[in-house]
Design a protein around this ligand. Structure first.
Ligand code: SF4
Length: 227
């Protein structure tokens, strides 16, 4: 088991230093060419891999371009176009409804505030944060997805369980200038090394400061259960 640094600020600083070194080009892995495409890709990415979303969006973005086109697409037609994505029926409904609101209430533009974004169907704080950061260059918070949730708990940076509470904890200890990159670094490390089922602690640059590091640690702090 690794030994975390004395304070959470120090722990975060060390994690950031090392992961910046490991993943110098870390960034969002969804493909999009405008804010509407970004919003749609992020809605589709909930509980689905970015790889699959990119594949589906390559055709989807050729078929539909404007908010009106999505809003006016028949539910079955849009669902069919995204049917390899998890929860495609619900997501088709969200997209049609969100795009109707964008067309009618926002002059066809994807809104640029947290409150307006989270009023759109299918858009929670996480989706809104991604759209604000990558679509509008507004960094209001830290995106907490499943990788951020797992890694921050494993690394002893938070003990909170819900994404909302984890974000609150992180905002206190992650320097504001790193809010955006923090998420991408966690996602890259979560995909490459600290995977959900079988993290490769032997080959992890954080092992000496990670209280969950196998084989010495008995418990995975992300789940609270024995490894
Ligand atoms: S791979 Fe292992 S040592 Fe590295 S952060 Fe994950 S649990 Fe900790």
């Amino acid at each position: 088991m690794g030994t975390p640094l004395d304070t959470r600020d120090e722990q975060v600083a060390a994690v950031l230093d090392r992961l910046y070194e490991e993943y110098p080009d870390s960034t969002i892995s969804l493909n999009y060419s405008n804010r509407l495409e970004l919003l749609i890709a992020v809605i589709l990415s909930a509980q689905c891999t970015d790889e699959r979303v990119n594949k589906v969006c390559a055709d989807l973005f050729e078929t539909y371009e404007t908010p009106e086109e999505y809003a006016n697409a028949p539910q079955e037609e849009l669902a069919e176009a995204i049917n390899s994505i998890t929860y495609y029926n619900n997501k088709a409904e969200y997209i049609r409804s969100a795009c109707a609101d964008i067309a009618e209430k926002h002059d066809g533009e994807v809104p640029d505030t947290m409150s307006e974004l989270t009023e759109l169907a299918g858009v929670g704080r996480k989706t809104a944060n991604v759209v604000l950061q990558h679509g509008h260059d507004v960094v209001e918070g830290i995106v907490v997805d499943t990788h951020v949730q797992r890694l921050t708990r494993r690394l002893g940076i938070t003990e909170a369980e819900s994404p909302t509470k984890i974000e609150r904890d992180l905002l206190d200890v992650v320097p504001q200038s790193d809010w955006q990159q923090f998420t991408h670094l966690m996602i890259d490390h979560g995909r490459a090394v600290c995977t959900a089922r079988n993290p490769d602690c032997d080959d992890c640059v954080l092992a000496d400061i990670c209280p969950s590091a196998k084989p010495d640690a008995d418990v995975d702090l992300a789940s609270g259960e024995a490894w």
